[in-house]
Write a protein that binds this ligand. Structure first.
Ligand code: SF4
Ligand code: SF4
Length: 344
């Protein structure tokens, strides 16, 4: 009997030639024949070694030439088979950590103006939300608006689905129409996850990726830009695999502020995960090796800094980045620097 996976579309798998969702996986060495066999098993709702070895980088969603969302199949089965074998206490603790508040504290906002969602970073990344780009924006933050996509990394897709209506109801109650998502993950949740799970967004609600906003601001303030003349390596995030269309804003921003995104092995579709989702439990060495080859690739290709979309990726990779003599920035901070601001 087939598992009821409502997001994954298996209709093209039988005619899929390369089974890219497994043969291109950078974390497992799988030939075409094995890939086809394991895929068939998973489509039939059976267990597979893939589920345990998967590091939840979401890249297979982008590799699939038919846009079938193979990670959705994996994440549901990972939960079904408890593939990460996490101790129940740890699971409970993780689930409780980002639980939405029972009551929403309403703020006074102007519904006709965009609202910045600072997500879980209002304190840890307060310095990254200062200056011209942010000073005139009204904002919300915290667990009432936290998208919960991180539960993919602990094989708890059901938690995301259970909480999605609560978060969307909060947006509706707060009367937010345009939300600028500081975190890439939130944008991926609204525009990709909700869409493919048939989770309806509030009427007239429009999520805006931070980079779309930054690019728009830079275009409107072109005369204030001082080109940075830097060579950087760009580090994609896992949620970015759900929304590859955002890549164009990265390139456009880099061009406007005079930054060269160096060509390297582990960028764009071939990006490597920062290792945050798995390096702390069970796959420590794999994480170390991946960071080493990723950052060495940046150095070898002449980057002077590593630039991030996600503050969590940045925190995870910063020690190794510093060790290799690279600087580290969020892309939005580079934009602020180009606008003449000092970044501490
Ligand atoms: S999920 Fe996509 S890549 Fe994987 S077998 Fe099906 S069609 Fe091919
Ligand atoms: S999520 Fe990443 S590690 Fe898991 S199967 Fe897909 S590509 Fe491989």
């Amino acid at each position: 009997m087939k598992i009821d996976v409502n997001m994954f579309d298996e209709s093209n798998c039988s005619k899929c030639e390369n089974i890219d969702c497994l043969t291109r996986c950078q974390w497992m060495d799988i030939d075409k024949e094995t890939a086809r066999k394991e895929m068939e098993k998973m489509i039939n709702g059976e267990d597979s070694f893939v589920l345990k070895d998967c590091v939840t980088c979401f890249a297979c969603d982008e590799y699939c030439p038919y846009n079938s969302h193979p990670f959705d199949l994996k994440t549901e089965l990972q939960e079904k088979y408890n593939s990460y074998n996490m101790p129940p206490q740890m699971v409970e603790m993780t689930i409780g950590r980002y639980k939405p508040h029972d009551e929403l504290r309403l703020k006074e906002i102007d519904p006709e103006k965009p609202v910045l969602n600072k997500c879980a970073f209002p304190r840890t990344n307060a310095k990254n939300m200062e200056g011209k780009l942010f000073e005139n924006l009204q904002y919300v933050s915290g667990l009432s608006y936290f998208c919960n996509l991180l539960y993919h990394h602990v094989a708890k897709d059901s938690v995301i689905k259970e909480r999605a209506p609560i978060i969307l109801e909060n947006i509706k109650k707060q009367g937010i129409k345009e939300m600028i998502c500081f975190h890439d993950e939130c944008y991926g949740f609204y525009t990709s996850y909700c869409k493919r799970n048939n989770i309806e967004l509030p009427k007239d609600f429009k999520p805006i990726h931070l980079f779309e906003y930054v690019y728009g601001y830079l275009k409107d303030h072109k005369s204030e830009i001082n080109k940075l003349n830097m060579k950087i390596a760009y580090q994609r995030s896992c949620s970015n695999r759900f929304i590859p269309e955002i890549e164009k804003f990265v390139d456009n921003i880099c061009e406007l502020i005079g930054v060269e995104r160096v060509k390297r092995t582990y960028d764009r579709e071939n990006a490597l995960c920062c290792t945050a989702p798995f390096a702390s439990f069970g796959k420590v060495n794999l994480g170390k090796q991946a960071q080493n080859k990723n950052i060495q690739d940046m150095v070898d290709n002449g980057a002077e800094a590593c630039v991030f979309v996600c503050p969590m990726c940045q925190e995870t990779m910063n020690p190794k980045i510093a060790e290799k003599g690279l600087k580290s920035f969020l892309l939005s901070d580079l934009a602020r620097m180009a606008l003449g601001e000092e970044i501490s």
